[in-house]
Design a protein. Sequence first.
Length: 86
Amino acid sequence: MELSKQLSPNPTELIDWMNGEGLLELDWDFSDDGDLFSAGLDSMAVMQLVVAVADKYGIELGPDDLTSANLATPRSLAALIAARTS
């Protein structure tokens, strides 16, 4: 029996994971409330993020999830993933 997908991340884990996946290049001390759009999150990176989140966490992010509020910071993105995995 296969183990379930990863549990939802905290913001710091999410920053590390996004760097590891090559989604964004964030400094090691990037704030949990740092602006992901200013750090380079664009429409292409959002599409890559949707695929990567599905692979890692086993959840599908739909158009209603992809709001600027949900994607603004590592904290808001982690909260979205947590809400969708619960």
